[in-house]
Design a protein around this ligand. Structure first.
Ligand code: SF4
Ligand code: SF4
Length: 468
């Protein structure tokens, strides 16, 4: 292998259907401590969030069946989905910006695939033992002990998958439905869930089990699109986990406490490969399978400490520093570009949220007849006004017509009480005096106001004399 001349070597993905199951060695160290804290923080957040209540309701609840989506004090309806679109764009550009600066930190420190895989591998470690024992265990012939340990691992995986699915589905079905509705079937207590919840539970349990138990690194290497387009986002100043080729090569074993002159600093202990959750050898160069978890950095630093060489043979560095021996530029045009887009998107989201009136009004006219004439000779137009209370409290709403000469509003409802998130179709009629109102179409504005005057929303339509 020759030393890289212009850039960090990049190794293509190898598709190997017969590749053996990867059993990474668990390692401790500076980056692994950060990683464990970060992973379990996100895991705890995922598990705890559905249990937080706000104004007596689940604080984060995407109630798809009723098409109401609650995020703390805000209620969104399906037509508010542009907020989700803006939020998704913010998340995407945030991820791009972080990737340009620090590579695949998301993959290594926060991605659910990484977190769940780590958790499932840890279960194997607890039940079967560390890497060598797990490899030996895989190769061992079938025995009662092997069946027992496998059954225990699979059972814990299944419990974790069910817990994951239950938590995930409770963001949609609500914790009340998930945990409080039970029925007895032949004396066996069973959750009283609607069919779609059972289906969702099955899908998410299966997906979690298959992903974290079996797919693991294959998901990152073969399927995840983010890993694939990372190379487009990386530049020469992006922080990446790299092996210092010049310092390490030629690699080779040696007696403890010695440093033969014809060898580099890599003692060929393969610890960096043994701890890698995706089973790659970082010494081969940058690879799509590297999720930048930095386990190899901690492992190699340990080895360097033991043999008395300086740390950092594998380290976070940039192509500018490692290959071109230049100083890395932290502030660069691409980062500013992403920052500018993020600022605009965040500003737009904050503006849209603060400017938003939590009251929806929509007017549909009676489709059967544009207008009719009543017994008193007045021209009548009929409408259905759909009101939606998007606040988190009950309010009484009153409807009014912006005055237009010759037009008057009539409705059976003086005020309409609506609970939080409730919608109501209110039939209203507008009467026009044929002696006053103009021929053809007259613009009208209907306004709905809460009785306390806090919320008000208007909608425009037309009054017509046609169709009689
Ligand atoms: S852990 Fe370090 S010394 Fe050991 S093989 Fe990997 S790079 Fe070489
Ligand atoms: S090569 Fe190193 S940083 Fe990359 S995935 Fe493997 S252990 Fe993690």
């Amino acid at each position: 292998m020759s030393a890289p001349s212009s850039k960090i070597p990049v190794k293509e993905v190898e598709l190997d259907a017969n590749k053996q199951r990867i059993h990474p060695r668990f390692v401790t160290g500076f980056y692994q401590n950060i990683r464990v804290v970060s992973m379990y923080f996100f895991l705890a957040l995922f598990l705890v969030l559905p249990w937080i209540t706000y104004n007596g309701r689940q604080a984060i609840w995407f109630d798809v069946p009723s098409q109401h989506y609650y995020i703390f004090g805000l209620t969104f309806l399906t037509q508010d989905f542009y907020f989700i679109a803006i939020f998704a764009m913010i998340a995407a550009f945030g991820l791009f910006m972080v990737t340009v600066y620090a590579g695949r930190v998301w993959c290594g420190y926060a991605c659910p695939q990484t977190i769940w895989t780590h958790m499932y591998q840890y279960v194997e470690k607890l039940v079967i033992g560390d890497r060598n024992k797990r490899i030996k265990f895989d190769k061992a012939p079938l025995s009662a002990s092997k069946v027992g340990k496998r059954t225990l691992v699979y059972s814990i995986w299944l419990l974790l998958s069910i817990l994951t699915a239950t938590t995930f589905v409770s963001y949609v079905a609500g914790t009340d439905l998930m945990y409080q509705s039970w029925q007895s079937m032949n004396g066996i207590p069973l959750p009283d869930w609607p069919t779609w919840v059972w289906v969702a539970m099955f899908i998410f349990t299966f997906a979690t089990y298959a992903n974290a138990g079996y797919m693991r690194e294959q998901m990152c290497v073969q399927i995840c699109p983010y890993g694939r387009f990372q190379s487009v986002m990386f530049d020469k100043d992006t922080l990446i986990v790299s092996y210092d080729y010049e310092r390490g090569e030629p690699r080779g074993a040696r007696k403890k406490g010695t440093h033969p002159e014809d060898l580099g600093d890599c003692v060929e202990c393969t610890m960096c490969v043994q701890v890698c959750p995706t089973g790659i050898d970082i010494r081969d160069g940058l690879q799509v399978g590297c999720i930048q978890c930095a386990a190899c950095i901690d492992a190699c630093n340990d080895v360097m400490d033991k043999v008395g060489y300086p740390r950092g043979l594998i380290r976070y560095t940039t192509e500018h520093q490692l290959v071109e021996k230049k100083k890395s530029k932290i502030l660069r045009p691409r980062l500013f570009g992403y920052l500018a887009i993020l600022t605009v998107l965040c500003g737009g989201l904050v503006y849209a949220l603060t400017d938003r009136v939590p009251l929806e009004i929509d007017i549909r006219r009676d489709r059967n007849q544009l207008s009719s004439t009543n017994a008193q000779g007045m021209i009548e137009n009929s409408y259905v006004v759909k009101l939606t209370n998007k606040t988190q409290a009950e309010h009484n709403y009153r409807i009014t017509l912006t005055p237009v000469e010759g037009l008057s509003l009539q409705t059976r409802f003086d005020t309409v009480p609506l609970t939080a998130g409730e919608s109501f179709d209110m039939p209203v009629s507008i009467y026009g005096d044929p002696a006053v109102v103009s021929e053809g179409q007259t613009p009208i504005t209907l306004t709905v106001t809460s009785e306390d005057g806090q919320y008000s929303a208007s909608h425009q339509n037309v009054f017509t004399t046609q169709g009689q």
